[in-house]
Design a protein around this ligand. Sequence first.
Ligand SMILES: [Zn+2]
Length: 301
Amino acid sequence: MKNKLSRNIFITIMLFVVFIITIIDLSKIASDEQTQLIGLSPQTSRQMMGYIIKTKKGKTIIIDGGTTNDAENLMKYINKYNKKVDYWFITHAHDDHAGAFIEIANNTDVKINNIYISLNEYEWYEKNEPDRAEFTQKLIEIINSQKINRNVHAPKLNEKIKIDNIEAKILGIRNPELIENPGNEQSMVIKFDTGKETLLILGDTGEKSSQKLLETQKENLKSDIVQMSHHGQQGATKELYEVVEPRICLWPTPQWLWDNNIGSGKDSGPWKTLETRKWIRELNVEENYIAKDGDFIINLK
Ligand SMILES: [Zn+2]
């Protein structure tokens, strides 16, 4: 009788120990399993845009990445995430967005498993944006290269891409009919959804593509977090931000542009950043993350 009792006590204690070890282990996994959004800051005086999403199970998603000279900073994160990129979304063919991608794709052994980009034919860029056609040609060359080509996807409108705990929905692709402000109006618009929180990426969406989004995607635009279009200067319209109704704004904006300072002090430039900042204040946005202040990390819900 006494033996049986001590055996039962022993088993109970052992079960308790196993239970505690399991709890400790689970809490460790839970802290690793955090979806994170990382914002990159400009490494030169130029405007740029780059964001990274690390999913719950450690997949790496990059959105743009900045200029050639921002590649080194981006590489710090890529190296930390096992030197591989699972998904790379490039909003449009401008060097302040796609320069770092070209640099990394050409000159490193980083494995890029999926690239999403919505491009027109080269001739379109040559005709409508001749001063930037040389860069576009470089981008098209790497996209078509043997090293990369089989991993490139041309996204379809309303396509949904499931990446671990994230769903990426394509709300906008290239708009070849928009030839004023041509390059920016081709920006891919993507809504990332963790199931609990949403992030809207606008790239350099302009006035005409804002109107198009309001006409075709109005019910899908509301998002917790929004990337301010065209670096917070003349980009998306006030009406678009009113429909998005963001709680958090991400500004891919350097100091001079934040202040609209062309070199003679605040508001001496031609950009509309101060006006855009006013719109956002009026929308009672709770938090602003501005690239001028350095890289940042947001834990997503
Ligand atoms: Zn830009």
